[in-house]
Design a protein around this ligand. Structure first.
Ligand code: LLP
Length: 419
Protein backbone atom coordinates (compact mmCIF):
# COMPACT_ATOMS: atom_id res chain seq x y z
CA UNK A 1 0.00 0.00 0.00
CA UNK A 2 1.41 3.35 -1.07
CA UNK A 3 4.85 1.76 -1.48
CA UNK A 4 5.46 0.98 2.19
CA UNK A 5 6.30 -2.43 3.61
CA UNK A 6 3.19 -3.32 5.58
CA UNK A 7 4.72 -6.26 7.40
CA UNK A 8 7.47 -4.03 8.74
CA UNK A 9 4.89 -1.55 9.95
CA UNK A 10 2.92 -4.33 11.62
CA UNK A 11 6.06 -5.61 13.39
CA UNK A 12 7.21 -2.16 14.36
CA UNK A 13 6.88 -1.65 18.13
CA UNK A 14 5.78 1.94 17.69
CA UNK A 15 2.77 1.10 15.54
CA UNK A 16 2.24 -2.60 16.27
CA UNK A 17 -1.25 -3.95 15.65
CA UNK A 18 -4.10 -3.43 15.21
CA UNK A 19 -3.16 -0.52 12.98
CA UNK A 20 -4.91 1.26 10.16
CA UNK A 21 -2.65 2.34 7.28
CA UNK A 22 -3.86 4.89 4.72
CA UNK A 23 -2.48 5.91 1.33
CA UNK A 24 -2.87 9.70 1.11
CA UNK A 25 -1.70 9.83 -2.52
CA UNK A 26 -4.37 7.39 -3.66
CA UNK A 27 -7.05 9.30 -1.72
CA UNK A 28 -6.00 12.55 -3.41
CA UNK A 29 -6.11 10.76 -6.78
CA UNK A 30 -9.70 9.64 -6.14
CA UNK A 31 -10.66 13.25 -5.44
CA UNK A 32 -9.01 14.47 -8.64
CA UNK A 33 -10.79 11.81 -10.71
CA UNK A 34 -14.14 12.81 -9.24
CA UNK A 35 -13.53 16.54 -9.70
CA UNK A 36 -12.45 15.91 -13.32
CA UNK A 37 -15.89 14.39 -14.01
CA UNK A 38 -17.36 17.89 -13.66
CA UNK A 39 -15.42 19.09 -16.75
CA UNK A 40 -15.21 22.53 -15.18
CA UNK A 41 -18.98 22.86 -14.67
CA UNK A 42 -20.00 24.43 -11.34
CA UNK A 43 -19.87 21.81 -8.63
CA UNK A 44 -18.65 20.68 -5.24
CA UNK A 45 -17.27 17.38 -3.99
CA UNK A 46 -18.21 17.48 -0.32
CA UNK A 47 -16.37 14.65 1.43
CA UNK A 48 -18.63 12.83 3.90
CA UNK A 49 -16.40 13.19 6.94
CA UNK A 50 -18.20 10.39 8.77
CA UNK A 51 -16.35 7.93 6.54
CA UNK A 52 -12.96 9.01 7.85
CA UNK A 53 -12.23 12.04 9.99
CA UNK A 54 -8.45 11.74 10.29
CA UNK A 55 -6.70 15.11 9.97
CA UNK A 56 -4.21 14.10 7.26
CA UNK A 57 -7.07 12.77 5.13
CA UNK A 58 -9.45 15.69 5.53
CA UNK A 59 -6.57 18.13 4.93
CA UNK A 60 -5.42 16.24 1.81
CA UNK A 61 -8.94 16.34 0.39
CA UNK A 62 -9.34 20.03 1.27
CA UNK A 63 -6.11 20.73 -0.63
CA UNK A 64 -7.61 19.02 -3.70
CA UNK A 65 -10.53 21.41 -3.50
CA UNK A 66 -13.05 19.20 -1.71
CA UNK A 67 -15.57 20.56 0.71
CA UNK A 68 -17.17 18.57 3.53
CA UNK A 69 -20.51 16.98 4.30
CA UNK A 70 -20.79 16.92 8.10
CA UNK A 71 -23.40 15.51 10.45
CA UNK A 72 -22.52 16.99 13.83
CA UNK A 73 -21.03 20.08 15.41
CA UNK A 74 -17.93 18.01 16.06
CA UNK A 75 -17.47 17.09 12.40
CA UNK A 76 -18.20 20.69 11.41
CA UNK A 77 -15.48 22.02 13.73
CA UNK A 78 -13.12 19.29 12.51
CA UNK A 79 -13.61 20.24 8.86
CA UNK A 80 -12.92 23.89 9.68
CA UNK A 81 -9.84 22.92 11.71
CA UNK A 82 -8.54 20.93 8.73
CA UNK A 83 -8.78 23.90 6.41
CA UNK A 84 -12.09 23.28 4.66
CA UNK A 85 -13.59 26.67 3.76
CA UNK A 86 -16.86 27.32 5.62
CA UNK A 87 -18.58 28.03 2.30
CA UNK A 88 -17.73 24.50 1.11
CA UNK A 89 -19.39 22.78 4.08
CA UNK A 90 -22.89 21.34 4.02
CA UNK A 91 -24.48 20.00 7.17
CA UNK A 92 -26.89 17.05 7.02
CA UNK A 93 -28.49 15.19 9.95
CA UNK A 94 -32.01 14.59 11.22
CA UNK A 95 -31.68 16.25 14.63
CA UNK A 96 -29.25 19.12 14.99
CA UNK A 97 -29.18 20.90 18.35
CA UNK A 98 -29.52 24.68 18.65
CA UNK A 99 -25.81 24.89 19.53
CA UNK A 100 -24.90 23.02 16.38
CA UNK A 101 -27.17 25.21 14.25
CA UNK A 102 -25.63 28.34 15.75
CA UNK A 103 -22.14 27.10 14.90
CA UNK A 104 -23.27 26.37 11.33
CA UNK A 105 -24.89 29.78 10.91
CA UNK A 106 -21.86 31.69 12.19
CA UNK A 107 -18.82 29.60 11.14
CA UNK A 108 -16.22 31.57 9.25
CA UNK A 109 -18.16 34.78 9.93
CA UNK A 110 -20.94 34.25 7.42
CA UNK A 111 -21.89 30.65 8.09
CA UNK A 112 -21.39 27.39 6.18
CA UNK A 113 -22.55 26.74 2.61
CA UNK A 114 -25.90 25.31 3.61
CA UNK A 115 -27.72 23.67 6.47
CA UNK A 116 -29.54 20.73 4.92
CA UNK A 117 -32.83 20.56 6.80
CA UNK A 118 -34.50 17.18 7.11
CA UNK A 119 -37.98 18.15 8.34
CA UNK A 120 -40.46 21.03 8.34
CA UNK A 121 -39.93 21.27 12.08
CA UNK A 122 -36.21 21.77 11.57
CA UNK A 123 -36.84 24.44 8.93
CA UNK A 124 -38.81 26.39 11.53
CA UNK A 125 -36.05 25.91 14.12
CA UNK A 126 -33.37 27.14 11.70
CA UNK A 127 -35.47 30.25 10.99
CA UNK A 128 -35.72 30.85 14.74
CA UNK A 129 -31.94 30.54 15.18
CA UNK A 130 -31.45 32.87 12.23
CA UNK A 131 -33.74 35.40 13.90
CA UNK A 132 -31.95 35.02 17.25
CA UNK A 133 -28.56 35.56 15.61
CA UNK A 134 -29.78 38.26 13.25
CA UNK A 135 -28.74 36.39 10.09
CA UNK A 136 -30.38 34.92 7.02
CA UNK A 137 -29.76 31.18 7.04
CA UNK A 138 -28.84 29.45 3.79
CA UNK A 139 -30.75 26.18 3.81
CA UNK A 140 -31.28 23.34 1.45
CA UNK A 141 -34.00 20.78 1.87
CA UNK A 142 -32.85 17.22 2.16
CA UNK A 143 -35.53 15.35 0.33
CA UNK A 144 -36.56 11.78 0.82
CA UNK A 145 -36.94 10.95 -2.87
CA UNK A 146 -39.02 7.84 -2.16
CA UNK A 147 -36.93 5.44 -4.23
CA UNK A 148 -38.14 1.83 -3.87
CA UNK A 149 -35.97 -0.19 -1.46
CA UNK A 150 -35.54 -2.88 -4.10
CA UNK A 151 -34.13 -0.31 -6.52
CA UNK A 152 -31.69 1.02 -3.93
CA UNK A 153 -30.47 -2.55 -3.60
CA UNK A 154 -28.07 -2.10 -0.71
CA UNK A 155 -28.06 -3.43 2.86
CA UNK A 156 -31.18 -2.33 4.79
CA UNK A 157 -29.06 -0.57 7.43
CA UNK A 158 -27.51 1.79 4.86
CA UNK A 159 -30.58 2.31 2.70
CA UNK A 160 -31.99 5.78 3.35
CA UNK A 161 -33.92 7.23 0.41
CA UNK A 162 -37.13 5.22 0.80
CA UNK A 163 -40.45 6.21 2.41
CA UNK A 164 -39.96 4.40 5.73
CA UNK A 165 -36.60 6.03 6.47
CA UNK A 166 -36.32 8.77 9.10
CA UNK A 167 -34.26 10.89 6.70
CA UNK A 168 -35.33 13.85 4.65
CA UNK A 169 -38.52 15.77 3.92
CA UNK A 170 -41.16 13.61 2.22
CA UNK A 171 -42.22 14.55 -1.28
CA UNK A 172 -45.70 15.37 0.01
CA UNK A 173 -44.29 18.08 2.27
CA UNK A 174 -41.96 19.83 -0.19
CA UNK A 175 -44.47 22.48 -1.27
CA UNK A 176 -45.01 23.44 2.34
CA UNK A 177 -41.24 23.67 2.83
CA UNK A 178 -40.84 25.96 -0.18
CA UNK A 179 -43.68 28.18 1.06
CA UNK A 180 -42.35 28.32 4.59
CA UNK A 181 -38.84 29.24 3.40
CA UNK A 182 -40.13 31.86 0.96
CA UNK A 183 -42.28 33.44 3.67
CA UNK A 184 -39.43 33.73 6.17
CA UNK A 185 -37.14 36.74 6.37
CA UNK A 186 -34.48 34.55 7.98
CA UNK A 187 -34.27 31.75 5.40
CA UNK A 188 -32.86 31.50 1.91
CA UNK A 189 -33.79 28.21 0.27
CA UNK A 190 -30.75 27.70 -1.95
CA UNK A 191 -30.79 23.99 -2.72
CA UNK A 192 -32.23 20.50 -2.64
CA UNK A 193 -30.32 17.45 -1.46
CA UNK A 194 -30.79 13.71 -1.19
CA UNK A 195 -28.79 10.70 -0.10
CA UNK A 196 -30.42 7.57 -1.44
CA UNK A 197 -28.19 5.00 0.20
CA UNK A 198 -24.63 3.86 0.60
CA UNK A 199 -22.67 1.29 -1.41
CA UNK A 200 -25.40 1.53 -4.05
CA UNK A 201 -25.70 -1.53 -6.25
CA UNK A 202 -25.98 0.57 -9.41
CA UNK A 203 -26.21 4.12 -10.74
CA UNK A 204 -29.96 3.87 -11.42
CA UNK A 205 -31.23 4.74 -7.91
CA UNK A 206 -28.76 7.65 -7.82
CA UNK A 207 -30.06 8.97 -11.14
CA UNK A 208 -33.64 8.50 -9.92
CA UNK A 209 -32.87 10.63 -6.88
CA UNK A 210 -31.25 13.25 -9.11
CA UNK A 211 -34.33 13.43 -11.37
CA UNK A 212 -36.55 14.09 -8.36
CA UNK A 213 -34.19 16.81 -7.08
CA UNK A 214 -33.91 18.72 -10.35
CA UNK A 215 -37.69 18.61 -10.76
CA UNK A 216 -38.10 20.11 -7.31
CA UNK A 217 -35.41 22.70 -8.01
CA UNK A 218 -37.29 23.81 -11.13
CA UNK A 219 -40.53 24.03 -9.14
CA UNK A 220 -38.91 26.10 -6.37
CA UNK A 221 -37.26 28.43 -8.87
CA UNK A 222 -40.69 28.92 -10.44
CA UNK A 223 -41.90 30.10 -7.03
CA UNK A 224 -39.06 32.55 -6.62
CA UNK A 225 -36.70 30.62 -4.36
CA UNK A 226 -33.01 31.56 -4.86
CA UNK A 227 -31.95 28.01 -5.73
CA UNK A 228 -28.20 27.74 -6.37
CA UNK A 229 -27.43 24.02 -6.15
CA UNK A 230 -28.66 20.46 -6.25
CA UNK A 231 -26.89 17.90 -4.06
CA UNK A 232 -27.25 14.31 -5.21
CA UNK A 233 -25.51 12.86 -2.14
CA UNK A 234 -23.03 10.06 -1.65
CA UNK A 235 -23.44 6.34 -2.08
CA UNK A 236 -20.95 5.54 -4.81
CA UNK A 237 -19.74 2.03 -4.03
CA UNK A 238 -16.33 0.41 -4.06
CA UNK A 239 -15.13 -3.07 -4.97
CA UNK A 240 -14.81 -5.13 -1.79
CA UNK A 241 -13.54 -8.05 -3.83
CA UNK A 242 -16.75 -9.23 -5.45
CA UNK A 243 -16.59 -6.67 -8.27
CA UNK A 244 -18.30 -3.30 -8.60
CA UNK A 245 -19.95 -2.07 -11.81
CA UNK A 246 -19.05 1.63 -11.87
CA UNK A 247 -16.44 4.21 -10.97
CA UNK A 248 -17.55 7.10 -8.73
CA UNK A 249 -17.03 9.53 -11.62
CA UNK A 250 -19.79 7.76 -13.57
CA UNK A 251 -22.30 8.68 -10.83
CA UNK A 252 -21.31 12.32 -11.32
CA UNK A 253 -21.68 12.05 -15.08
CA UNK A 254 -25.11 10.45 -14.68
CA UNK A 255 -26.24 13.27 -12.38
CA UNK A 256 -24.88 15.85 -14.84
CA UNK A 257 -26.86 14.23 -17.63
CA UNK A 258 -30.05 14.47 -15.55
CA UNK A 259 -29.15 18.12 -14.91
CA UNK A 260 -28.67 18.77 -18.64
CA UNK A 261 -32.03 17.23 -19.50
CA UNK A 262 -33.64 19.41 -16.82
CA UNK A 263 -32.08 22.48 -18.43
CA UNK A 264 -30.59 23.58 -15.12
CA UNK A 265 -26.91 23.61 -16.01
CA UNK A 266 -26.39 26.96 -14.34
CA UNK A 267 -26.95 25.34 -10.94
CA UNK A 268 -24.01 23.96 -9.02
CA UNK A 269 -24.01 20.18 -8.65
CA UNK A 270 -22.94 18.88 -5.23
CA UNK A 271 -22.00 15.30 -4.44
CA UNK A 272 -21.20 13.84 -1.01
CA UNK A 273 -18.95 10.81 -1.43
CA UNK A 274 -17.49 9.22 1.67
CA UNK A 275 -16.56 5.62 1.00
CA UNK A 276 -15.57 6.16 -2.64
CA UNK A 277 -12.77 8.56 -1.71
CA UNK A 278 -11.19 6.60 1.12
CA UNK A 279 -12.54 3.05 1.37
CA UNK A 280 -10.11 1.25 -0.90
CA UNK A 281 -7.09 3.17 0.37
CA UNK A 282 -6.93 1.99 3.95
CA UNK A 283 -6.09 -1.41 5.40
CA UNK A 284 -6.30 -2.73 8.93
CA UNK A 285 -3.20 -4.67 9.97
CA UNK A 286 -3.63 -7.41 12.54
CA UNK A 287 -1.39 -10.00 14.14
CA UNK A 288 -2.40 -13.58 14.65
CA UNK A 289 -2.71 -14.31 18.37
CA UNK A 290 -3.24 -18.03 17.93
CA UNK A 291 -5.01 -20.62 15.87
CA UNK A 292 -7.71 -22.92 17.10
CA UNK A 293 -8.36 -26.23 15.47
CA UNK A 294 -11.23 -28.54 16.21
CA UNK A 295 -12.87 -31.59 14.81
CA UNK A 296 -16.59 -31.14 14.44
CA UNK A 297 -18.70 -34.01 13.15
CA UNK A 298 -15.53 -35.64 11.89
CA UNK A 299 -14.53 -32.58 9.86
CA UNK A 300 -11.62 -30.28 10.65
CA UNK A 301 -12.36 -26.69 11.59
CA UNK A 302 -9.81 -23.90 11.72
CA UNK A 303 -10.05 -20.50 13.30
CA UNK A 304 -7.47 -17.81 12.96
CA UNK A 305 -7.68 -15.52 15.95
CA UNK A 306 -6.34 -12.05 15.25
CA UNK A 307 -5.82 -9.00 17.43
CA UNK A 308 -8.24 -6.78 15.49
CA UNK A 309 -11.89 -7.16 16.35
CA UNK A 310 -15.35 -5.82 15.70
CA UNK A 311 -14.53 -2.88 17.96
CA UNK A 312 -11.91 -1.85 15.37
CA UNK A 313 -13.94 -2.66 12.25
CA UNK A 314 -17.63 -3.22 12.88
CA UNK A 315 -18.79 -3.50 9.26
CA UNK A 316 -18.89 -7.32 9.11
CA UNK A 317 -20.84 -7.51 12.38
CA UNK A 318 -23.25 -4.70 11.56
CA UNK A 319 -23.88 -5.11 7.83
CA UNK A 320 -22.69 -8.65 7.08
CA UNK A 321 -19.97 -6.93 5.07
CA UNK A 322 -17.11 -8.98 3.69
CA UNK A 323 -13.57 -7.59 3.71
CA UNK A 324 -10.80 -9.59 2.11
CA UNK A 325 -8.15 -10.84 4.53
CA UNK A 326 -4.70 -11.44 3.07
CA UNK A 327 -1.42 -12.56 4.61
CA UNK A 328 1.27 -9.90 4.98
CA UNK A 329 3.94 -12.41 4.16
CA UNK A 330 2.93 -15.27 1.97
CA UNK A 331 3.67 -18.56 3.72
CA UNK A 332 4.93 -21.64 1.95
CA UNK A 333 2.39 -23.49 -0.12
CA UNK A 334 -0.83 -22.45 -1.74
CA UNK A 335 -3.45 -20.27 -0.11
CA UNK A 336 -6.12 -22.91 -0.35
CA UNK A 337 -6.91 -23.73 3.24
CA UNK A 338 -10.10 -22.18 4.62
CA UNK A 339 -9.61 -20.31 7.89
CA UNK A 340 -12.36 -18.60 9.81
CA UNK A 341 -10.78 -15.28 10.75
CA UNK A 342 -12.15 -13.99 14.06
CA UNK A 343 -11.31 -11.28 16.56
CA UNK A 344 -10.89 -11.50 20.34
CA UNK A 345 -14.15 -9.77 21.27
CA UNK A 346 -16.74 -11.77 23.17
CA UNK A 347 -19.47 -11.65 20.52
CA UNK A 348 -20.32 -14.24 17.89
CA UNK A 349 -20.49 -11.48 15.31
CA UNK A 350 -16.81 -10.64 15.89
CA UNK A 351 -16.08 -12.61 12.76
CA UNK A 352 -14.38 -11.55 9.52
CA UNK A 353 -15.57 -14.60 7.63
CA UNK A 354 -13.81 -17.51 5.98
CA UNK A 355 -10.68 -16.83 3.94
CA UNK A 356 -8.33 -19.04 2.00
CA UNK A 357 -4.90 -18.83 3.60
CA UNK A 358 -1.97 -21.22 3.66
CA UNK A 359 -2.04 -24.55 5.46
CA UNK A 360 0.46 -22.89 7.80
CA UNK A 361 -1.29 -19.63 8.59
CA UNK A 362 0.49 -16.27 8.39
CA UNK A 363 1.69 -14.41 11.47
CA UNK A 364 0.14 -11.15 10.33
CA UNK A 365 -2.68 -10.20 8.00
CA UNK A 366 -4.18 -7.16 6.33
CA UNK A 367 -7.91 -6.64 6.28
CA UNK A 368 -8.52 -4.79 3.02
CA UNK A 369 -10.72 -1.85 2.04
CA UNK A 370 -10.99 -0.59 5.59
CA UNK A 371 -10.43 3.10 4.85
CA UNK A 372 -14.10 4.06 5.19
CA UNK A 373 -16.29 3.52 8.26
CA UNK A 374 -13.48 1.66 10.03
CA UNK A 375 -11.77 3.84 12.60
CA UNK A 376 -14.70 6.30 12.71
CA UNK A 377 -16.98 3.54 14.00
CA UNK A 378 -14.44 2.00 16.37
CA UNK A 379 -15.06 1.66 20.10
CA UNK A 380 -13.25 0.51 23.22
CA UNK A 381 -15.71 -2.35 23.77
CA UNK A 382 -14.26 -5.16 25.89
CA UNK A 383 -11.73 -2.73 27.35
CA UNK A 384 -9.76 -2.61 24.13
CA UNK A 385 -7.64 0.38 23.14
CA UNK A 386 -8.43 2.06 19.83
CA UNK A 387 -6.25 0.99 16.90
CA UNK A 388 -3.40 3.25 15.86
CA UNK A 389 -3.31 4.94 12.46
CA UNK A 390 -0.43 5.42 10.03
CA UNK A 391 -0.52 7.80 7.06
CA UNK A 392 1.60 7.25 3.98
CA UNK A 393 2.54 9.72 1.26
CA UNK A 394 5.21 9.49 -1.41
CA UNK A 395 6.21 6.01 -0.24
CA UNK A 396 6.89 6.97 3.37
CA UNK A 397 5.10 7.37 6.66
CA UNK A 398 4.25 11.04 7.18
CA UNK A 399 2.07 10.82 10.28
CA UNK A 400 1.03 8.31 12.91
CA UNK A 401 -1.02 8.16 16.07
CA UNK A 402 0.13 6.68 19.34
CA UNK A 403 -1.52 3.71 20.99
CA UNK A 404 -3.07 4.51 24.34
CA UNK A 405 -1.15 2.86 27.18
CA UNK A 406 -2.70 -0.33 28.48
CA UNK A 407 -3.86 1.31 31.70
CA UNK A 408 -5.45 4.37 30.06
CA UNK A 409 -8.84 2.72 29.75
CA UNK A 410 -8.63 1.38 33.31
CA UNK A 411 -7.83 4.80 34.71
CA UNK A 412 -10.62 6.37 32.68
CA UNK A 413 -13.31 3.89 33.72
CA UNK A 414 -12.15 3.19 37.30
CA UNK A 415 -11.70 6.92 37.72
CA UNK A 416 -15.39 7.73 37.35
CA UNK A 417 -15.99 9.38 40.71
CA UNK A 418 -18.91 9.17 43.12
CA UNK A 419 -19.85 12.57 44.45
N1 LLP B 1 -24.31 12.03 2.62
C1 LLP B 1 -25.15 11.66 3.60
C2 LLP B 1 -26.25 12.54 3.97
C3 LLP B 1 -24.97 10.42 4.23
O1 LLP B 1 -25.81 10.04 5.19
C4 LLP B 1 -23.88 9.59 3.86
C5 LLP B 1 -23.65 8.32 4.51
C6 LLP B 1 -23.00 10.04 2.85
C7 LLP B 1 -23.27 11.27 2.24
C8 LLP B 1 -21.82 9.26 2.38
O2 LLP B 1 -22.18 8.04 1.84
P1 LLP B 1 -21.08 7.14 1.08
O3 LLP B 1 -20.62 7.91 -0.11
O4 LLP B 1 -19.98 6.87 2.03
O5 LLP B 1 -21.82 5.91 0.73
N2 LLP B 1 -21.38 2.83 8.03
C9 LLP B 1 -21.93 2.34 6.79
C10 LLP B 1 -22.25 3.45 5.83
C11 LLP B 1 -23.19 4.47 6.43
C12 LLP B 1 -23.47 5.59 5.50
C13 LLP B 1 -24.22 6.67 6.20
N3 LLP B 1 -24.43 7.83 5.42
C14 LLP B 1 -20.96 1.33 6.18
O6 LLP B 1 -19.92 1.06 6.77
O7 LLP B 1 -21.24 0.76 5.12
Amino acid sequence: LGGVALDELARDQASGTPTYVYDLDAIAREARELIAAFDGAPGLVAFAVKANGAGPIVRALAREGCGADVVSGGELALALACGVAAKKIVYSGVAKTDDELDLALTAGGTGIGAVQVESLEELTRVAARGAALGVRARVSVRVNPGVEEDTIGTHAHISTGHDEAKFGVSLGDIDAAIERANASTHLDLIGFAAHVGSQLASIEPYAQGARVLFELAARAIGRGAPIAFVDTGGGMGIDYGGGYPSRPAEFVRAAREVQRVAGLERLSLHVEPGRALVGAHGVLLASVIQTKRATIGGAPRRWLMVDAGMNDLIRPALYQARHRVVPLVRGAGEASTPWRVVGPVCESSDDFGEHLLGAEPPARVAILDAGAYGFTMASQYNGRALATEVFVRGGRVVARTERAPRDAWVRERAGVGEG
